[in-house]
Design a protein around this ligand. Structure first.
Ligand code: COA
Length: 179
């Protein structure tokens, strides 16, 4: 297993990057959309790291600098379905955090959509008692917010109805540098 800087050395993996996005995210199911997104992910100022096993790209993590470089948005993170729950996502997050820190940022944040009623925050009025609802969040069906909690992220808010009525985006963040 090796971690590859896909912005510097990603050319041989472009087709696999497109396939990973296509097979994981409904919004990139179309090859044109996935190809366009990969072009953006490879923008020079971003971070894009891949996990490669026997020359096969089995996962990737991307970062976008925002707030004058104080914050990196984590987007996207994907591990091929056959390799899930083997610790590769956690390994990618660790290397990503080091890279974000090296670039002088303080915070990583991300939005983790709840489009398919996977958490107890779906189908709720999130303008009422939001922090109680966040405190008592339940994972109803394998939503990745729990993966991020296990990796030290906290829920810092929601965007209600981000994916349609009752389908929020769950905002999460982690401090990577405090000096
Ligand atoms: C979310 C994702 C990146 C996790 O990667 P992974 O390699 O499977 O995760 P790891 O094996 O490092 O898991 C670390 C811990 O998180 C838990 N975990 C991972 N995915 C989880 C999920 N969907 N729901 C609940 N817990 C989860 C694991 O069980 C493990 O727990 P443990 O330490 O108690 O054993 C991967 O499942 C994925 O690519 N999903 C599809 C795309 C996606 O949802 N991306 C995130 C969009 S915001």
């Amino acid at each position: 297993m090796k971690i590859v800087d896909l912005i510097k050395d990603g050319k041989p993996y472009i087709k696999q990057m497109i396939e990973l996005l296509q097979t994981t995210f409904a919004c990139y199911a179309n090859i044109e959309d996935a190809t366009q997104e990969v072009e953006l992910l490879l923008s020079e100022e971003r971070i894009l790291l891949g996990v490669v096993i026997d020359d096969i790209l089995i996962g990737l993590i991307g970062g976008i600098p925002t707030y004058n470089g104080n914050v990196y948005e984590l987007h996207p993170l994907v591990i091929h379905h056959e390799y899930k729950k083997k610790g590769y996502g956690t390994q990618l997050i660790r290397v990503f955090e080091e890279e974000v820190k090296k670039r002088g940022a303080y915070t990583i944040y991300l939005g983790s959509d709840d489009e398919y009623n996977q958490t107890s925050l779906s189908n709720q009025d999130l303008y009422e008692d939001l922090w109680d609802k966040i405190k008592n969040i339940k994972n109803l069906n394998n939503h990745p917010y729990e993966f991020y909690l296990k990796n030290g992220f906290k829920i810092v808010g929601v965007v209600p109805d981000a994916n349609g009525l009752g389908k929020p985006d769950i905002m999460m963040a982690k401090r990577v540098r405090d000096k």
